[in-house]
Design a protein around this ligand. Structure first.
Ligand SMILES: Cc1ncc(C[n+]2csc(CCOP(=O)(O)OP(=O)(O)O)c2C)c(N)n1
Ligand SMILES: [Mg+2]
Length: 536
């Protein structure tokens, strides 16, 4: 190594070796010592606020199937990022989140822009949080962060690096290590699961987001077809893991104790693969499992397994487990095939004004290219989206894993950047509510700067519609703050450099969507819609 070898040069060499050459960030004074003389073979993706930084990196990591690197400004930047860090945690996204700490000389005196209790701040939404004890530990801390982020259950990790560390002399190179990202199941326990599945008369397969994330889409289809099992989407999916137009697909499972239990009552066995048991949302009391139904769960995440309210668990990479189960389970062709999901697809005789969400989705179902990705953050219309715009390909549906909104707009940007990085070209369609649109709206600027093929369809119902449905369910009338008058979304979008239009009719929507598909900038189509009563 030359005499100029420093913590900074050694770390950059390590990042290069690990393929971490894209940095998602928003810089401050405490990060400039890391970012100085930014190498030509690295890419810096600037977002104008830290909530979008994290969600972009999250989606980018999911699409490229590699960890992603994030650099935020001290405690203030980390604070802005925290909400979307919760989504990355629940979504098992391997993110290495870093921020600058004030100069070591100053830290004891609580300097301006210091990160007091830096290690505590991102908890519990990171798997590991660390500030190196010595400058010379910085590269190894990155190595350990990489291993921690990637090993199952994958997830975000955090490093706080004092700003003066980067220029410290350090002999290189760093020791590069590669680690495993899958765990195989205990074979005896898997055999037991296989025999219980084979013995079931009416098994239900519930596929969760881990399946698609781990590349298990085709394996999931093969298992369902071999078993002749009914397939349900796990509650509140952040990734779809099974073709939602498949004859064995019976729809989403539900999201309350009662709806899920009612759904499972027709099955003697539910096999939940790659999901919590269950991701509950509204509390509607019921049996956690109907009498006469048993539950098996397969997940790579010990916390998810431990937190299950019912059933027996097996720890394993979901794809590995499905691949092995395929050989172990008995052929189920004697079972009667389930009733496929009802898709009434009812539209009004005459078009409504404003349009209803089904009318919007009916248009999109005609003009959506088959390879388009959907990022959904239209909270009150999720059921209509599955009815009209089912996910039929792997890696083509994304939503927040935490329930926090403000993820979808930047995630669409991250998907498009990830596609570009891996040489794939497909349109990204962001279905976003007018409320959800506002939380990380600055992501539009990054989309425009990179000329990404993103089309946002924003449903402007002028309210937090889902919260009104929730108020009915919970019997909580008179909640303030649920109406959103006076937001000119198209003007906001143009201000960030996007094409933007208001569409009021199905013809306008169809025309604008087609135009957007061939535009060389991202487009925001704002559609005035009627509120949708959500099924909770
Ligand atoms: C960060 C964050 N803040 C607040 C909420 C609560 N919340 C859930 S849905 C919602 C409203 C969404 O409204 P909109 O995007 O317009 O969709 P609509 O329900 O109208 O279809 C709100 C405020 C949340 N989930 N996350
Ligand atoms: Mg709304």
């Amino acid at each position: 190594m030359t005499e100029k070898s420093t913590v900074r040069s050694v770390t950059y060499d390590l990042l290069r070796s690990l393929g971490l050459t894209t940095v998602f960030g928003n810089p401050g004074s405490t990060e400039q010592t890391f970012l100085q003389e930014f190498p030509d073979d690295f890419t810096y993706v600037l977002a104008l606020q830290e909530a979008p930084v994290i969600a972009m990196a999250d989606a980018f990591a999911q699409v490229t199937r590699r960890p992603a690197l994030v650099n935020l400004h001290s405690s203030a930047g980390l604070g802005n990022a925290l909400g979307n860090l919760v989504a990355a945690y629940h979504g098992n996204t391997p993110l290495i989140v870093t921020s600058g700490q004030q100069h070591r000389e100053l830290v004891i005196g609580e300097p301006y822009l210091g990160n007091r209790e830096a290690i505590t701040m991102p908890k519990p939404w990171v798997k590991w949080s660390y500030e190196p004890a010595r400058a010379q530990d910085v590269p190894e801390a990155f190595m350990r962060a990489y291993a921690m982020a990637l090993q199952p259950p994958a997830g975000p990790v955090y490093l706080s690096v004092p700003m003066d560390d980067w220029k410290q002399p350090m002999p290189g190179p760093a020791r590069v290590r590669f680690v495993s990202d899958r765990v195989a199941p205990d074979t005896e326990r898997l055999r037991l699961f296989a025999s219980r599945i084979s013995a079931s008369r009416h098994p239900a397969l519930v596929f969760g987001p881990e399946v698609d994330r781990r590349g298990g889409w085709d394996a999931a289809i093969a298992l369902a077809e071999k078993l002749h099992a009914s397939v349900y989407g796990a509650p509140l999916l952040d990734r779809a893991s099974f073709p939602e137009d498949h004859p064995l697909f019976c729809g989403p499972l539900g999201m309350s104790v009662k709806t899920i239990s009612d759904r499972l009552a027709r099955h003697d066995l539910a096999v939940v693969i790659g999901a919590e048991a269950f991701r509950y949302y509204p509390y509607v009391p019921g049996d956690y499992l109907p009498a006469g139904t048993e539950l098996l769960q397969i997940t790579a995440d010990p916390e998810v397994a431990a937190a299950a309210r019912v059933g027996d668990s097996l720890l394993s990479d979901p794809k590995t487990a499905i691949d092995l189960l395929l050989d172990l389970v008995a052929d189920g062709s004697a079972r009667t095939a389930p009733e496929p999901m009802a898709r009434p697809r009812l539209l009004p005789q005459a078009p409504n004004s404003p349009l209803t969400p089904p009318e919007v989705y009916a248009v999109l179902s005609r003009v959506r290219p088959p390879d388009a990705v959907i990022v959904n953050e239209s909270t009150s219309t999720m059921a209509q989206q599955i009815e009209w715009l089912p996910t039929v390909r792997t890696g083509s549906f994304f939503a927040t894993a935490s329930g926090g909104i403000g993820w979808g707009v930047p995630a669409a940007v991250g998907v498009a950047l990830g596609d570009r990085d891996r040489g794939v070209s497909r349109p990204v369609v962001g279905l976003i509510g007018d409320g959800s649109f506002q939380y990380s709206v600055q992501a539009l600027w990054t989309a425009a700067q990179h000329k990404l093929p993103v089309v946002y369809v924003v449903m402007r119902n002028n309210e937090y519609s889902i919260l009104k449905s929730f108020a009915v369910l919970e019997d909580t009338p008179g909640v303030p703050g649920l109406d959103l008058p006076g937001i000119d979304i198209a003007t906001v979008a143009r201000g960030f450099g996007c094409r933007a239009v208001d569409a009021g009719t199905t013809e306008e929507l169809e025309r604008e969507f087609k135009t957007a598909l061939s535009a060389d900038t991202p487009t925001v189509i704002v559609v005035a819609t009627q509120p949708q009563k959500a099924m909770l």
